[in-house]
Ligand binder design. Structure first.
Ligand code: LER
Ligand code: MN
Length: 270
């Protein structure tokens, strides 16, 4: 199984669920030192660091780029795809389109998580889902133009009220002909929202494109109460071929979170 670890350079997300917050040179060296196959990057936008610099670091450390997150659009710029204001929605969409081009130059897919926003007083659910579908169609086409996939992440109920579980999100992708878009199964969100994580992974298997390998309390797997054995069995038996990426809190410290993640993956995917 391919392994990845998160590296965040967004100051507003300094307390977020990311293993490394170091400068890129240090973060890449630490990821490689632990033995990960790739890094998953959270940057302030497509212009923070040039793609040539990142590709040099990746080559030097023999690391892939597993994915590029877009959460900075929300935490730094307050942008959401379901904002009632059409100008703000357009800015959100442009931000993600820029990230898709940037990620594709790194050979990586782009993730939509918190920038999906939520429906609220100003936007009812049906309208918010129309906005989401319209944006996803643009991202699906842009990613496909680069030979990439786009990744949509259902989040727990405290972060969005659009999609909290895999099956309804998969039906939404299918119903909107989003053939180049896949789901991100973040085990932290699923531990809150699914009755049975392994069953949910099996039921939506053909849609799963990325996994955040995180425990129930968002610590590294092994530090919470999720049982990884049936989850790993579901991923193995459905021939999941993407990354298991540690999007977890750096607790008790980054190195312990990284090492515990890798030992859990090696234990369950021998
Ligand atoms: C992002 O991958 C995620 O899981 C959300 O909770 C935003 O932090
Ligand atoms: Mn996640």
């Amino acid at each position: 199984m391919r392994t990845a670890v998160t590296l965040c350079r967004v100051p507003e997300a300094a307390a977020g669920p990311f293993v490394f917050h170091d400068h890129l040179e240090t973060g890449f060296a630490k990821a490689a030192g632990h033995g990960f196959d790739a890094v998953e990057l959270f940057l302030t936008g497509p212009d923070q660091v040039g793609t040539a610099e990142i590709l040099d670091l990746a080559r030097h450390h023999h690391l892939g780029i597993a994915a590029v997150g877009t959460g900075a659009g929300m935490v730094r710029h307050g942008l959401s795809l379901t904002d009632p204001d059409p100008g703000r929605r357009a800015a959100a969409s442009d931000f993600i389109l820029g990230m898709i081009d940037f990620a594709a130059a790194l050979g990586a897919p782009t993730i939509l998580g918190s920038m999906q926003g939520r429906h609220s007083g100003g936007t009812d659910r049906a309208r918010a889902l129309d906005h989401l579908a319209e944006a996803l169609k643009r991202f699906d086409a842009a990613a496909a133009g680069h030979g990439q996939r786009f990744i949509y992440e259902p989040l727990n109920r405290y972060e969005t009220n659009l999609f909290n579980q895999l099956a309804p999100a998969a039906a939404f992708l299918e119903g909107n002909d989003l053939h180049h878009t896949r789901l991100l199964a973040d085990l932290f969100h699923l531990a809150i929202e699914e009755k049975d994580i392994a069953a949910a992974l099996r039921a939506s298997a053909r849609w799963i494109g990325h996994v955040h390998w995180a425990d129930s309390n968002r610590h590294a797997i092994g530090f919470g109460h999720t049982d990884p054995a049936p989850i790993a069995a579901a991923l193995r038996e459905t021939s999941y071929a993407g990354y298991l990426s540690a999007e977890v809190l750096p607790l008790p410290d980054s190195d312990a979170a990284a090492a515990t993640t890798l030992s859990s993956i090696r234990l369950h995917f021998p």
